[in-house]
Write a protein that binds this ligand. Structure first.
Ligand code: NAG
Ligand code: NAG
Length: 188
């Protein structure tokens, strides 16, 4: 028979496990990072950040190249058009917890973002979930559709809409970014 103390310990452990289970974000089972590498286009976005709400109408698709880093994480370098010039920005994602989960330390805000690859087939699409803070009281959640081509199939768009809604986003916060020719070429 369990002594009251053991019982209490057991309940405590159960409580902790339950808390962790609730906080766990689902990740692509058996995630294979090497297959996730290479070029992606950010074809869809949903976010509740105020920045996104202001800018969503003027955003266009951007190209991201994912490469491995020495610490087992990812170097995600994005190229996009800004003020008529191509700009690149690199995010270094550190592995965190289970494969497919990463953290990113923002040099601008000093805050940490959590990024996870919730679902991917590696060859056509990936559904990403990011959350973090852009400063005090500015927590945000974002869903991203990565597509291997600039012309995602309608089924893929539907999949992204369903995914975004499962993350709590409403229709008006989901956008499919227009395709652009600018800044999409491979660097020479
Ligand atoms: C990340 O990738 C970019 C583009 O290939 C490269 O210029 C940069 O040096 C890389 N950074 C790190 C820390 O690997
Ligand atoms: C965005 O959603 C997340 C998760 O639901 C929440 O914690 C955060 O406060 C929300 N941010 C805004 C600006 O509404």
């Amino acid at each position: 028979m369990a002594t009251p103390r053991l019982l209490w310990m057991g309940l405590l452990l159960l409580g902790i496990l339950q808390t962790q289970a609730q906080a766990t974000v689902s990740v692509q089972p058996d995630f294979q990072q090497d297959k996730f590498l290479g070029r992606w286009f950010s074809a869809g976005l949903a976010s509740n950040s105020s920045w996104f709400q202001e800018k969503k109408a003027v955003l266009s698709m951007c190209k991201s190249v994912v490469a491995p880093t020495a610490d087992g994480g990812l170097n995600l370098t994005s190229t996009f058009l800004r003020k008529n010039q191509c700009e690149t920005r690199t995010m270094l994602l550190k592995p965190e917890g289970s494969p497919g989960s990463y953290s990113y330390q923002s040099p601008h805000w000093g805050s940490t973002y959590h990024v996870s690859v919730v679902e991917t087939d590696y060859t056509e699409y990936a559904l990403l979930r990011s959350e973090g803070s852009k400063g005090p009281g500015q927590d945000f959640l974002m869903a991203t559709l990565y597509s291997r081509t600039q012309t995602p199939r309608a089924e893929l768009k539907e999949k992204f809409t369903t995914f975004s809604k499962s993350q709590g986003f409403t229709e008006d916060t989901i956008v499919f970014l227009p395709k652009t020719e600018k800044c999409m070429k491979e660097p020479e």
